[in-house]
Design a binder for this molecule. Structure first.
Ligand SMILES: [Zn+2]
Length: 52
């Protein structure tokens, strides 16, 4: 199973459930389409993140 880091709580708990990605810790849900767009956006616009 593919697990991704949750953008809200930061835990490695974001799992694909059909058309959605769902965090099992904070229960955030995001569509696969929005998730893909969001991750791509972050990569392009903020290449030097994670300074903390
Ligand atoms: Zn979460």
């Amino acid at each position: 199973m593919i697990i991704q880091h949750c953008p809200r709580c930061g835990k490695e708990s974001l799992a694909p459930t059909g058309a959605y990605w769902k965090c099992t810790v904070c229960r955030m849900a995001i569509t696969s389409q929005a998730w893909a767009r969001d991750t791509r956006h972050q990569t392009v616009s903020r290449p030097l993140t994670q300074s903390k």
